[in-house]
Ligand binder design. Structure first.
Ligand SMILES: C[S@@+](CC[C@H](N)C(=O)[O-])C[C@H]1O[C@@H](n2cnc3c(N)ncnc32)[C@H](O)[C@@H]1O
Length: 256
């Protein structure tokens, strides 16, 4: 019986050149690739002819392959193949349900590795020339989910601590909860004048940036009909953002 091996590979945030050399090598060697919806499609051209490609992509609000079924497919393919790549958007370990997939593979006695990827927060910061940390003004970065497992604003987060955090906050999946997120932060004392940015489709065709202040950014993003995938960044270092000239939309300027 063949012994399968699963490589969880970070595909990066959308730019196909942002996968690691190691991740790309695993993709080229794979017999089976199970991939998310939010992966650069160009990467699938790297898969060897004859290999099997399985789209297990999940779209927000649409009926799709459930997590349990993804876990089952992963184990099933790993039992029948030697080299399986589970290609996940961004970094597999950041809001990617990696733990559940590792648990399934481990329980089936299948060996695995995790190859990290560029996560949306760092990709967005890089696009805007922002340093997420800065000596003296930003000594921490917090990656926060803007949507809980039920699809709503995560009320159970420690909003008080987030409001007081002296650093950069990056909200993933914030689109449906921008008003609730910004209101939670400012009502607990975070400065509504703090620079904030929403970046939609960072590094991908159709990229847009909405730059403004924390107290107004939700309204501005809503007026621009910002859609997923997008991240919200807020913190002192966001003030140094420079928006690439190729980007389609910039509403309120940072100086306003
Ligand atoms: C389920 S999470 C997966 C995150 C991924 N594992 C990562 O490390 O970036 C999906 C969220 O990541 C963010 N995201 C992913 N790609 C993005 C991109 N190109 N631009 C902006 N946000 C992105 C969005 O907040 C999106 O809703």
């Amino acid at each position: 019986m063949k012994r399968g091996f699963v490589s969880f590979v970070g595909a990066g945030p959308g730019d196909p050149e942002l996968i690691t050399v190691k991740g790309l090598r695993r993709l080229r060697e794979a017999e089976v690739v199970l991939h998310d919806r939010l992966i650069p499609r160009e990467l699938l051209d790297e898969v060897a002819p004859g290999a099997t490609i399985v789209d297990v992509g999940k779209a927000p609000g649409r009926v799709c392959v459930g997590q349990g079924q993804i876990n089952w497919l992963l184990v099933d393919w790993a039992r029948r193949s030697v080299r399986v790549v589970r290609l996940k958007g961004g970094d597999p370990a950041v809001f990617g349900r990696l733990g559940e997939e590792i648990e399934a593979v481990r329980a089936a006695g299948i060996a695995f590795e995790v190859i990290p990827g560029v996560t949306a927060a760092t990709a967005a910061a890089a696009r805007l020339g922002i340093s997420l940390t800065e000596r003296g003004s930003s000594s921490m970065i917090v990656f926060v989910t803007g949507t809980d497992h039920t699809g709503h604003h995560p009320a159970t987060l420690d909003w008080d601590a987030l409001a007081r955090a002296e650093g950069t906050l990056v909200f993933y999946m914030p689109v449906g909860a921008l008003e609730a997120i910004t209101a939670s932060l400012t009502s607990l004392g975070r400065d509504p004048r703090e620079p904030a940015i929403v970046i939609e489709r960072a590094g991908v065709d159709g990229e847009r940036v909405i730059a403004g202040r924390l107290g107004r950014i939700a309204e501005e993003a809503r007026a621009a009909a910002v859609a997923s995938p997008a991240v919200l960044l807020t913190g002192p270092t966001v003030a140094s953002a420079s928006v690439p000239s190729s980007v389609r939309h910039v509403l309120a300027g940072m100086g306003s």
